[in-house]
Design a protein around this ligand. Structure first.
Ligand code: FES
Length: 80
C-alpha cells in the first residue's frame, strides 16, 4: 500500500508576513508577538501594539491569525 503525501504548504502560513491592519501597520509578526504575550483578541493586539481600531476592518483577520497562532503553538497556549 502506498501513502501519498500532499504538501499543502501550510507551514508557509506561519512564515509569510502580511499586513493585517492597514490603518496601524500591524503585520503577522506583530500579531504573533502579541499572541505570544497573551493577546486573545484583535482588541488585545491593538493595545499590545499601542494602537486602537480606526476602521475596524482588520478585526476578523487578526482574530483568524490569533486562532492560527494558537493552533501552531499549542504548548505555549497550554503553558499559560
Ligand atoms: S485596518 Fe485595522 S483599524 Fe483599519
Amino acid at each position: 500500500m502506498s501513502c501519498k503525501v500532499i504538501d499543502t504548504h501550510s507551514q508557509l502560513a506561519y512564515v509569510v508576513r502580511m499586513i493585517h491592519c492597514v490603518c496601524n501597520n500591524i503585520n503577522t509578526a506583530k500579531v504573533d508577538a502579541a499572541a505570544a504575550r497573551g493577546a486573545e483578541s484583535a482588541a488585545c493586539v491593538q493595545r499590545a501594539c499601542g494602537t486602537k481600531f480606526n476602521c475596524g476592518q482588520c478585526r476578523e483577520d487578526i482574530n483568524h491569525r490569533l486562532a492560527a497562532w494558537r493552533a501552531l503553538n499549542p504548548m505555549l497556549e497550554a503553558a499559560e
